[in-house]
Design a protein around this ligand. Structure first.
Ligand SMILES: [Zn+2]
Length: 256
Protein backbone atom coordinates (compact mmCIF):
# COMPACT_ATOMS: atom_id res chain seq x y z
CA UNK A 1 0.00 0.00 0.00
CA UNK A 2 1.63 3.30 -1.07
CA UNK A 3 0.54 5.32 1.98
CA UNK A 4 0.91 2.82 4.83
CA UNK A 5 0.58 4.59 8.18
CA UNK A 6 -0.90 7.74 6.66
CA UNK A 7 -4.37 9.18 7.11
CA UNK A 8 -5.93 10.97 4.16
CA UNK A 9 -9.17 12.93 4.00
CA UNK A 10 -10.54 13.78 0.55
CA UNK A 11 -12.30 17.13 0.12
CA UNK A 12 -14.18 18.26 -2.98
CA UNK A 13 -14.73 22.03 -3.23
CA UNK A 14 -17.18 24.30 -5.02
CA UNK A 15 -20.31 22.16 -5.14
CA UNK A 16 -23.44 24.01 -6.23
CA UNK A 17 -26.47 23.30 -8.44
CA UNK A 18 -24.59 24.59 -11.52
CA UNK A 19 -21.45 22.51 -11.01
CA UNK A 20 -19.90 20.22 -13.61
CA UNK A 21 -22.16 17.17 -13.47
CA UNK A 22 -20.48 15.67 -16.55
CA UNK A 23 -17.47 15.10 -14.29
CA UNK A 24 -19.23 14.56 -10.97
CA UNK A 25 -21.66 11.87 -12.17
CA UNK A 26 -18.75 9.59 -13.02
CA UNK A 27 -16.74 10.37 -9.89
CA UNK A 28 -19.63 10.00 -7.46
CA UNK A 29 -20.63 6.57 -8.75
CA UNK A 30 -17.09 5.18 -8.43
CA UNK A 31 -16.32 6.80 -5.07
CA UNK A 32 -19.56 5.53 -3.54
CA UNK A 33 -18.82 2.06 -4.87
CA UNK A 34 -15.40 1.87 -3.17
CA UNK A 35 -16.87 3.15 0.11
CA UNK A 36 -14.76 6.29 0.56
CA UNK A 37 -16.54 9.13 2.43
CA UNK A 38 -15.12 12.54 1.50
CA UNK A 39 -15.97 16.06 2.59
CA UNK A 40 -18.02 18.09 0.12
CA UNK A 41 -17.71 21.89 0.34
CA UNK A 42 -21.10 23.20 -0.77
CA UNK A 43 -21.87 26.83 -1.64
CA UNK A 44 -25.40 27.47 -0.27
CA UNK A 45 -26.32 30.32 -2.64
CA UNK A 46 -23.73 30.45 -5.38
CA UNK A 47 -23.30 33.77 -7.20
CA UNK A 48 -19.82 33.09 -8.54
CA UNK A 49 -20.11 32.85 -12.34
CA UNK A 50 -16.83 30.95 -12.54
CA UNK A 51 -18.45 27.98 -10.77
CA UNK A 52 -21.27 27.69 -13.31
CA UNK A 53 -20.59 24.78 -15.62
CA UNK A 54 -24.02 23.35 -16.38
CA UNK A 55 -27.75 24.00 -16.24
CA UNK A 56 -29.23 23.91 -12.77
CA UNK A 57 -29.52 20.32 -11.54
CA UNK A 58 -33.02 19.50 -10.27
CA UNK A 59 -31.93 16.79 -7.88
CA UNK A 60 -28.86 18.55 -6.51
CA UNK A 61 -29.98 18.84 -2.87
CA UNK A 62 -31.49 15.37 -2.90
CA UNK A 63 -28.12 14.01 -4.04
CA UNK A 64 -26.32 15.89 -1.29
CA UNK A 65 -28.72 14.49 1.31
CA UNK A 66 -28.12 11.02 -0.01
CA UNK A 67 -24.33 11.42 0.28
CA UNK A 68 -24.64 12.78 3.82
CA UNK A 69 -26.79 9.76 4.70
CA UNK A 70 -23.92 7.56 3.49
CA UNK A 71 -21.55 9.24 5.97
CA UNK A 72 -20.06 11.90 3.71
CA UNK A 73 -19.49 15.24 5.45
CA UNK A 74 -21.20 18.24 3.85
CA UNK A 75 -19.38 21.50 4.54
CA UNK A 76 -20.66 25.06 4.45
CA UNK A 77 -18.49 26.72 1.77
CA UNK A 78 -19.25 30.40 2.39
CA UNK A 79 -22.56 31.88 1.27
CA UNK A 80 -22.27 33.24 -2.30
CA UNK A 81 -18.60 32.44 -3.08
CA UNK A 82 -18.11 36.01 -4.31
CA UNK A 83 -14.57 36.88 -3.25
CA UNK A 84 -12.72 40.17 -2.85
CA UNK A 85 -9.01 40.84 -2.18
CA UNK A 86 -8.23 40.74 1.53
CA UNK A 87 -5.11 40.48 3.67
CA UNK A 88 -7.05 40.18 6.92
CA UNK A 89 -7.56 36.41 7.02
CA UNK A 90 -6.65 34.11 9.89
CA UNK A 91 -4.76 31.95 7.37
CA UNK A 92 -2.10 34.50 6.51
CA UNK A 93 -1.48 33.16 3.01
CA UNK A 94 -5.12 33.72 1.96
CA UNK A 95 -5.39 36.70 -0.38
CA UNK A 96 -9.13 36.62 -1.14
CA UNK A 97 -12.20 36.27 1.02
CA UNK A 98 -15.97 36.53 1.19
CA UNK A 99 -15.81 37.21 4.94
CA UNK A 100 -12.51 38.57 6.32
CA UNK A 101 -12.66 42.15 7.55
CA UNK A 102 -16.47 42.32 7.68
CA UNK A 103 -18.19 43.18 11.01
CA UNK A 104 -19.21 40.26 13.23
CA UNK A 105 -22.93 41.02 12.82
CA UNK A 106 -22.67 40.86 9.04
CA UNK A 107 -20.67 37.63 9.08
CA UNK A 108 -23.06 36.04 11.59
CA UNK A 109 -25.97 36.95 9.32
CA UNK A 110 -24.23 35.52 6.24
CA UNK A 111 -23.48 32.26 8.01
CA UNK A 112 -26.99 32.13 9.47
CA UNK A 113 -28.40 32.56 5.94
CA UNK A 114 -26.18 29.75 4.63
CA UNK A 115 -27.21 27.41 7.44
CA UNK A 116 -30.85 28.32 6.79
CA UNK A 117 -30.52 27.39 3.09
CA UNK A 118 -29.01 24.06 4.15
CA UNK A 119 -31.83 23.57 6.63
CA UNK A 120 -34.55 24.36 4.05
CA UNK A 121 -33.01 21.56 2.01
CA UNK A 122 -32.89 19.22 5.02
CA UNK A 123 -29.12 19.34 5.43
CA UNK A 124 -26.99 20.21 8.45
CA UNK A 125 -23.48 21.57 7.81
CA UNK A 126 -20.89 19.18 9.25
CA UNK A 127 -17.92 21.53 8.90
CA UNK A 128 -16.84 25.00 7.76
CA UNK A 129 -14.79 25.32 4.56
CA UNK A 130 -13.93 28.98 3.85
CA UNK A 131 -13.76 29.94 0.16
CA UNK A 132 -10.11 30.65 -0.66
CA UNK A 133 -9.17 30.01 3.03
CA UNK A 134 -10.53 33.50 3.76
CA UNK A 135 -11.92 33.98 7.27
CA UNK A 136 -11.00 35.90 10.44
CA UNK A 137 -11.65 35.90 14.20
CA UNK A 138 -15.18 37.25 13.68
CA UNK A 139 -15.94 34.36 11.33
CA UNK A 140 -14.94 31.93 14.07
CA UNK A 141 -17.33 33.63 16.52
CA UNK A 142 -20.08 33.72 13.88
CA UNK A 143 -19.61 30.02 13.19
CA UNK A 144 -19.87 29.17 16.87
CA UNK A 145 -22.99 31.33 17.21
CA UNK A 146 -24.50 29.27 14.39
CA UNK A 147 -23.52 25.92 15.89
CA UNK A 148 -20.60 25.10 13.56
CA UNK A 149 -17.51 23.98 15.50
CA UNK A 150 -15.45 22.11 12.88
CA UNK A 151 -13.09 23.81 10.44
CA UNK A 152 -11.34 22.29 7.44
CA UNK A 153 -8.31 24.57 7.21
CA UNK A 154 -4.93 25.48 8.62
CA UNK A 155 -1.42 24.05 8.47
CA UNK A 156 -1.13 22.10 11.74
CA UNK A 157 0.43 18.64 11.68
CA UNK A 158 -2.66 16.90 13.01
CA UNK A 159 -6.27 17.87 13.80
CA UNK A 160 -6.76 19.53 17.18
CA UNK A 161 -9.38 21.31 19.29
CA UNK A 162 -8.60 24.89 20.33
CA UNK A 163 -9.45 26.66 23.61
CA UNK A 164 -12.78 27.84 22.14
CA UNK A 165 -13.83 24.27 21.36
CA UNK A 166 -13.27 24.58 17.59
CA UNK A 167 -12.03 21.37 15.96
CA UNK A 168 -9.43 22.17 13.29
CA UNK A 169 -8.75 19.67 10.50
CA UNK A 170 -5.63 20.84 8.61
CA UNK A 171 -5.65 21.23 4.83
CA UNK A 172 -2.45 21.82 2.94
CA UNK A 173 -2.43 19.38 0.03
CA UNK A 174 -4.03 19.56 -3.41
CA UNK A 175 -2.80 16.30 -4.94
CA UNK A 176 -3.00 12.71 -3.78
CA UNK A 177 0.48 12.19 -5.20
CA UNK A 178 1.91 14.90 -2.91
CA UNK A 179 1.15 13.26 0.45
CA UNK A 180 4.07 13.60 2.88
CA UNK A 181 2.85 14.13 6.47
CA UNK A 182 1.03 11.46 8.46
CA UNK A 183 -2.29 13.35 8.20
CA UNK A 184 -3.48 15.16 5.07
CA UNK A 185 -6.66 16.64 3.70
CA UNK A 186 -6.43 16.65 -0.10
CA UNK A 187 -8.51 19.50 -1.56
CA UNK A 188 -9.79 18.92 -5.11
CA UNK A 189 -11.55 21.25 -7.54
CA UNK A 190 -13.24 18.89 -9.99
CA UNK A 191 -15.31 21.39 -11.97
CA UNK A 192 -12.59 21.97 -14.55
CA UNK A 193 -11.39 18.36 -14.78
CA UNK A 194 -11.28 16.55 -18.13
CA UNK A 195 -11.79 12.81 -18.58
CA UNK A 196 -8.06 12.13 -18.27
CA UNK A 197 -7.92 13.80 -14.85
CA UNK A 198 -11.04 11.89 -13.77
CA UNK A 199 -9.49 8.57 -14.80
CA UNK A 200 -6.17 9.40 -13.12
CA UNK A 201 -7.91 10.27 -9.87
CA UNK A 202 -10.09 7.16 -9.89
CA UNK A 203 -6.97 5.05 -10.39
CA UNK A 204 -5.26 6.77 -7.45
CA UNK A 205 -8.19 6.66 -5.07
CA UNK A 206 -8.66 2.91 -5.60
CA UNK A 207 -4.98 2.37 -4.92
CA UNK A 208 -4.91 4.46 -1.73
CA UNK A 209 -8.42 3.77 -0.42
CA UNK A 210 -7.20 1.87 2.67
CA UNK A 211 -5.46 5.03 3.88
CA UNK A 212 -8.49 7.25 3.31
CA UNK A 213 -10.43 8.16 6.44
CA UNK A 214 -13.61 10.18 6.95
CA UNK A 215 -14.33 13.21 9.13
CA UNK A 216 -16.04 11.11 11.82
CA UNK A 217 -12.91 8.96 12.21
CA UNK A 218 -10.72 12.07 12.44
CA UNK A 219 -12.95 13.58 15.10
CA UNK A 220 -13.10 10.42 17.20
CA UNK A 221 -9.32 10.10 17.11
CA UNK A 222 -8.23 13.74 17.50
CA UNK A 223 -11.05 15.76 19.11
CA UNK A 224 -9.33 15.65 22.53
CA UNK A 225 -5.93 16.61 21.13
CA UNK A 226 -4.77 20.21 21.88
CA UNK A 227 -2.50 22.13 19.51
CA UNK A 228 1.17 21.28 20.09
CA UNK A 229 4.41 23.30 19.68
CA UNK A 230 5.12 21.11 16.63
CA UNK A 231 1.83 22.27 15.08
CA UNK A 232 2.88 25.90 15.68
CA UNK A 233 6.30 25.29 14.12
CA UNK A 234 4.77 23.60 11.08
CA UNK A 235 2.22 26.42 10.67
CA UNK A 236 5.06 28.99 10.72
CA UNK A 237 7.18 27.02 8.24
CA UNK A 238 4.25 26.39 5.88
CA UNK A 239 3.20 30.06 5.98
CA UNK A 240 6.76 31.07 5.10
CA UNK A 241 6.94 28.49 2.30
CA UNK A 242 3.60 29.49 0.77
CA UNK A 243 4.49 33.19 0.99
CA UNK A 244 7.80 32.52 -0.75
CA UNK A 245 6.04 30.57 -3.51
CA UNK A 246 3.58 33.43 -3.94
CA UNK A 247 6.39 35.98 -4.18
CA UNK A 248 8.15 33.83 -6.75
CA UNK A 249 4.95 33.43 -8.72
CA UNK A 250 4.23 37.13 -8.69
CA UNK A 251 7.77 37.96 -9.71
CA UNK A 252 7.53 35.42 -12.53
CA UNK A 253 10.46 33.32 -11.33
CA UNK A 254 8.47 30.10 -11.25
CA UNK A 255 4.97 28.79 -11.63
CA UNK A 256 3.22 27.64 -8.46
ZN1 LIG B 1 -14.37 27.52 -3.40
Amino acid sequence: MPFTGKEILIRFDDFCPHMNFGVWDKLEKEIVSIGVKPIIALVPNNKDESLKYSDKACFFWERMRHLQSLGWAIGLHGLNHVLYPSSKSYIKTSKFSEFSGLPLEQQAEMIRTGVEIFSKNFLLPDIWVAPSHGFDKHTLTALKLNGITRISDGYSALPYTDSRGMFWVPQRTWRLSRISLSFSTVCLHINYWDSKKVDNFLGQISLYKDSIIDLKFAEEKYANRPKSPFDDALIAVTNAKVSLNQMRRWSGLRRM
